[in-house]
Design a protein around this ligand. Structure first.
Ligand SMILES: *Cc1c(COP(=O)(O)O)cnc(C)c1O
Length: 481
């Protein structure tokens, strides 16, 4: 497998070896640039081409990815992205078109954007869509600006509060604050739902929006959703759903039918764009018809038989220079069209079954957060293992030794020693069974030999890092000792 003894390129350096021979120059030599640009302290290794190729090829094989192993990182939907969608996004007419081409010149691309707007509108039940936001967090920001602009156009400028449950993703209060709203926290009940009493106490005429995640970050469907959206509407507020992750809802229910007015969704989670390396992303914002005139632009409209780029009347403005992450839009379009309505529904059914299968098989070994059935992810607590001195982070590290990516840890913040597991629909029962077996083995080890977990990982090229030191004093480049 992985060779821990892989030598550093620097240590293979032999004076005079070269990875490339440049042809003889056919032009007169000119002086090298000012020597201040030539840094003597960077002693680059001198190696042959084969050494170089082996070095980087071996390094690349150390990368963990969804294409190599199971990646149950909750709230991230690390599912398989069919390769056909990559091929389609790479077609010349998509990949080589330039954002400064005129609308007439890119009718096909605009048509795809128009169709994707409609599809996302249909999937979420919120028919007015802008594909502009470049990430989930930017979609949130756009949606909250829309809520603010709506209240402002209705002479309700005093509405400046965003109610946000304490289980929310960290981007929610951050986006509210960026949009000039004050974030007020709503409690979660022991069962993992929004605390209705707390909500009713905190709602007043200054509430601009309630921002909730559905299913919640505990992986639960909110049973009081209809009552919650009614309470907010009765007070003149709007309801925002963080739909970063739609894997539990596709073809099963729609935000628009639950009284939600605004949502965003992450195409790089639910709709087939590889992610995990830090970008690019795409987080379209979807709103009810009465909010269409506030959408960010570009927003694509059909004018007769022409597709054109359009700026809504009270638009909150532009979020980026051009059309958003167009390549990601093409992947999402290809993904949705290849699955169809039936296929999308099957995704959610299987994602939910897989998560519940894990929850059910692990419930005797780990503490569950809720006794209810979960949706597309389950949140376990390592509180029992903690009694043996084994924490969630240790379990996560031991899973790396077992060949799995770690689940999301310590989120949601309200769960002690949280391990948030999202298997997605794309994993086979055999893979999920192997994961369950490892989880049970770790739980048993925490009693018999906790040290083996606390010292993990031991089989990987990099052993347990000092997390504080790694963050405060990162060594990012080779340094001569
Ligand atoms: C991932 C995620 C976000 C943020 O999306 P980014 O694209 O990383 O900005 C927001 N909310 C939830 C629930 C998420 O899972």
């Amino acid at each position: 497998m992985i060779n821990k003894e892989q030598p550093l390129l620097m240590n293979q350096s032999k004076k005079g070896r070269k990875a490339i021979n440049l042809p003889k120059s056919g032009v007169p030599e000119s002086k090298l640039p000012d020597s201040k640009f030539l840094r003597k302290e960077i002693q680059l290794p001198e190696v042959a081409q084969l050494d170089l190729i082996r070095y980087f090829t071996n390094l690349s094989s150390l990368n963990f990815s969804i294409d190599t192993n199971f990646y149950p990182l909750g709230s991230c939907t690390m599912k398989y992205n069919p390769k056909i969608n990559e091929q389609i996004a790479a077609i010349d007419g998509f990949a080589s078109s330039h954002p400064n081409q005129s609308d007439d010149n890119i009718q096909g691309n605009l048509e795809i954007m128009y169709d994707l707007q409609n599809e996302l509108g249909e999937i979420t039940g919120l028919p007015a869509v802008s594909l502009a936001p470049l990430a989930g967090a930017q979609g949130e920001y756009a949606g909250l600006l829309i809520a603010r602009e709506y209240h402002s156009q209705n002479n309700q400028e005093h509405k400046n509060i965003a109610l946000i449950p304490d289980s929310a993703h960290g981007t929610n209060p951050a986006s509210a604050s960026m949009a000039g709203l004050e974030a007020v926290t709503i409690k979660t009940t022991k069962e993992g739902d929004i605390d209705l009493e707390d909500l009713k106490n905190k709602v007043n005429e200054n509430v601009a929006v309630l921002m909730l995640t559905l299913p919640s970050t505990l992986g639960l469907f909110e049973p009081n959703i209809l009552e919650i959206t009614k309470v907010i509407h009765d007070n003149g507020g709007l309801v925002y759903a963080d739909g970063a992750n739609l894997n539990a809802l596709l073809g099963i229910t729609k935000f628009g039918e639950l009284g939600i007015d605004i949502c965003h969704s992450n195409l790089h989670k639910t709709f087939s764009t590889p992610h995990g390396g830090g970008g690019p992303g795409s987080g379209p914002v979807m709103v009810a018809k009465f909010l269409e005139k506030y959408l960010p632009y570009p927003h694509i409209k059909k004018d007769g038989n022409k597709f054109r780029n359009y700026k809504p009347e009270y638009s909150v403005g532009r979020l980026n220079g051009f059309y958003g992450s167009f390549g990601i839009l093409v992947r999402a379009y290809a993904y949705i069209r290849s699955l169809g309505a039936e296929g999308l529904k099957e995704i959610s059914e299987n994602a939910i079954i897989n998560a519940n299968y894990i929850q059910e098989r692990l419930k005797d070994h780990y503490e569950l957060t809720s006794s209810r059935r979960c949706m597309h992810e389950t949140v376990l607590s390592a509180s029992r293992q903690k009694e043996d001195g084994v924490k969630a982070i240790d379990i996560a590290k031991k899973l790396l030794d077992e060949g799995f990516h770690a689940p999301t840890m310590y989120f949601p913040l309200i769960v002690e020693e949280a391990l948030m597991i999202e298997p997605t629909e794309s994993e086979s029962k055999e893979t999920i069974d192997k994961f369950i077996k490892s989880m049970i083995k770790i739980s048993e080890l925490s009693k018999s030999n906790p040290k083996e977990i606390i010292n993990a990982p031991i089989f990987l090229p990099v052993e347990r890092l000092d997390e504080a030191k790694a963050a405060r004093n990162p060594v990012l480049a080779w340094e001569k000792k």
